[in-house]
Design a protein. Structure first.
Length: 461
């Protein structure tokens, strides 16, 4: 009898536990499904699945690497990636394959950990990880990756030098901009200092966004009013503010309302009415897309951005001259003193017409788009470009730089994390002190973390 009882108890115990073969099959299937999301760059779906696997195997360096990599690519989770990638670097394999049995991380963990340090302004730590990563690369066989990490090393060296020698500028808050659910960019103060024009995009809770519209804020009795969406000039497409005339009666905007980005001009009629925007002529809009423009103080020269054929590569900056009483003449590329094989964007010319500021990915800078300036040495000959320095530039994208001639703030910028397309307006004032690093980092556009959940097909573990 005792033997029978023990036998039955053993059978019951065996049946109550999952069979190793079945468990292994489910684990493999779960990994394969999660990996399919990861390979398709559907990181929001892949992340919770790999997090669940990692919770059951926390020492697995490969799972730590994948979770960290997913977090770097899911908005709001980037800063959480650090401990996972740091752990991944402790157990590296050169001959890597991302299969269910893999427990070691690829050497790319060093590069991604370096990226985190870099974006946190820890340049020495970033350099250490980039240089370790570089030792695993063959300059010939891995040329593209090798050149890429060399560029990152160069950016670290420049960024460290600029941050250690900051300009005397401090950041200033403007009410009602950079609020939750909106991305604001391309701000500009009018000549009298009483109106700010800027572009705004609504950001949904799930990351979806609406179209860009142009807004304005008016200073009343020394205080800024709430932003107002401009009547008449906005469309259902993207409408981006570029420039306002010195008398405040003309606005230049870029819009894709006719299928591609072109430059349009609108004029004030009366106190608050504006004409329907009219496209500039074919010298400006006829070739490729024209996505930004700025007109000189005397109204004679238009500096604009275009991706038309025949440039130096990517988006280039051009100029066109308007004779008195006439229309815009042929576009002329500003040449290799300004443009590079990469993108140049958002030109701004000072009122005296002698200094041109612009953003570039091609010239050596802190990373992403940096602001540079050139000065005229003779008629339309430019000096070598100079980096505008820190805190004008950051480790992210810095665009739409312009300077106010009267009133405060002194400078407007649009900032974004590198590679992201969600900006925030930064304003800088000249000061006897310098901006605090923590203050600068806090100005980066941020979003609340999205809620992640396992999709039904990944519930196999």
């Amino acid at each position: 009898l005792l033997t029978a009882i023990l036998y039955l108890f053993g059978v019951q115990l065996l049946l109550s536990q999952p069979l190793p073969i079945v468990q292994e099959k489910n684990t493999r299937e779960g990994f394969d499904v999660a990996k399919s999301y990861y390979d398709l760059k559907q990181f929001t779906d892949a992340l919770p699945a790999f997090q669940k696997m990692l919770s059951e195997d926390p020492e697995n360096s490969n799972l730590n690497f994948i979770v960290g990599d997913c977090m770097l690519n899911v908005e709001g989770y980037e800063k959480d990636a650090f401990p996972y990638l740091e752990k991944a670097t402790k157990n590296i394999i050169v001959d890597y394959n991302n299969l269910p049995g893999q427990r070691r991380a690829p050497v790319f963990a060093f590069e991604k950990l370096g990226d985190i340090y870099y974006n946190d302004y820890r340049f020495d730590d970033a350099l250490t990880n980039y240089r370790i990563f570089k030792t695993y690369l063959d300059p010939k066989k891995d040329k593209e990756i090798f050149d890429g990490v060399n560029k990152k090393i160069g950016m670290c060296i420049i960024a460290k030098r600029l941050v250690e020698n900051p300009l005397k500028l401090t950041l200033t808050e403007i009410p009602f901009v950079n609020v939750v659910s909106f991305a604001d960019f391309s701000g500009r103060l009018t000549e009298d200092g009483n109106i700010i024009y800027f572009s705004r995009k609504r950001i949904g809770a799930n990351g979806a966004s609406g179209s860009n519209d142009i807004y304005y804020m008016r200073k009343i009795e020394g205080k800024w009013s709430r932003p107002v969406r401009m009547p008449f000039i906005n469309s259902d497409a993207d409408d981006n503010f570029c420039w306002v005339s010195r008398d405040g009666n003309q606005i230049l905007l870029a819009s894709n309302r006719d299928g591609k980005f072109q430059l349009y001009l609108t004029e004030r009629k009366g106190k608050s009415q504006w004409t329907l925007p009219e496209a500039l002529n074919n010298n400006i809009n006829g070739k490729g897309e024209s996505s930004f423009g700025y007109i000189s103080a005397d109204g004679k020269i238009l500096y604009f951005v275009s991706d038309r054929k025949g440039g130096l590569g990517g988006k280039d900056i051009y100029r066109a001259i308007r004779p008195f009483g006439g229309d815009w003449g042929p576009a002329e590329n500003l040449g290799a003193k300004v443009n590079t094989p990469n993108d140049e964007d958002t030109p701004f010319i000072t009122d005296d017409g002698k200094t041109l500021y612009f953003s570039s990915k091609g010239w050596e800078g802190m990373g992403g788009f940096d602001v540079f300036y050139v000065t005229q040495t003779a008629t339309f000959n430019w000096s070598d470009p100079v980096n505008a320095g820190y805190p004008v530039n950051t480790v992210g994208d810095d665009l739409c730089f312009n300077r106010s001639q009267q009133g405060k703030p002194d400078y407007f910028l649009s900032r974004s994390k590198a590679g992201k397309n969600e900006f925030a307006i930064s304003v800088l004032n000249e000061s006897e002190t310098v901006a605090n690093l923590t203050e600068v980092k806090a100005k980066e556009a941020t979003k609340e973390k999205p809620r992640l959940k396992l999709v039904p097909k990944t519930l196999k573990y």
